[in-house]
Write a protein that binds this ligand. Structure first.
Ligand SMILES: [Zn+2]
Length: 152
């Protein structure tokens, strides 16, 4: 009995978190790209684990990907070693076709461009930033002002 109610509570928490993610236009505007958010054990279940400074870059990427209609689905978007990581796979396009080689290539280019922009952008506030390292060896991308606030 106790076990069931614990798992029910967990499920309720998950549902609540997913609902909140979907209220955010950042996700809601691109339901196809972010549909893995609905899968509890997927890496997308927590949404994009990046700072607000990079979210406009991802939003632009999403806009371009939707226009390209290559059937992209995000598997994971996160920060690692101070850089942006974008993992995705391909599903069918809106017309039920497989993406063409040219579309696949264009997606790769768009994602690489976005990662390049993130490398020059403060993950916290979106100003011009550079890769920095804390005394403990933690890598992060930041502008001077945000680095100062963090005491690095
Ligand atoms: Zn900043």
């Amino acid at each position: 009995m106790t076990e069931i109610s614990t798992s029910e509570k967990l499920q309720a928490k998950r549902d609540e978190r997913t609902r909140k993610l979907w209220e955010d236009p950042f996700y809601a505007d691109f339901p196809h790209l972010y549909r893995e958010i609905n899968i509890p054990n997927s890496c997308m279940a927590y949404g994009c684990t990046i700072g607000d400074g990079w979210k406009p870059l991802i939003y632009d990427l999403c806009t371009q990907l939707v226009q390209l209609d290559a059937g992209v689905v995000f598997d994971q978007i996160k920060e690692k070693f101070g850089g942006l990581r974008v993992y995705y796979s391909f599903d069918k396009t809106s017309t039920g076709q497989k993406p063409t080689d040219s579309q696949v290539e264009q997606v790769k280019t768009l994602v690489e461009e976005t990662i390049g922009k993130a490398d020059a952008t403060c993950e916290t506030c979106g100003a011009a930033g550079t890769l920095r390292e804390t005394k403990r060896g933690w890598l992060f991308n930041s502008c001077d002002s945000c680095a100062e606030k963090k005491g690095v």
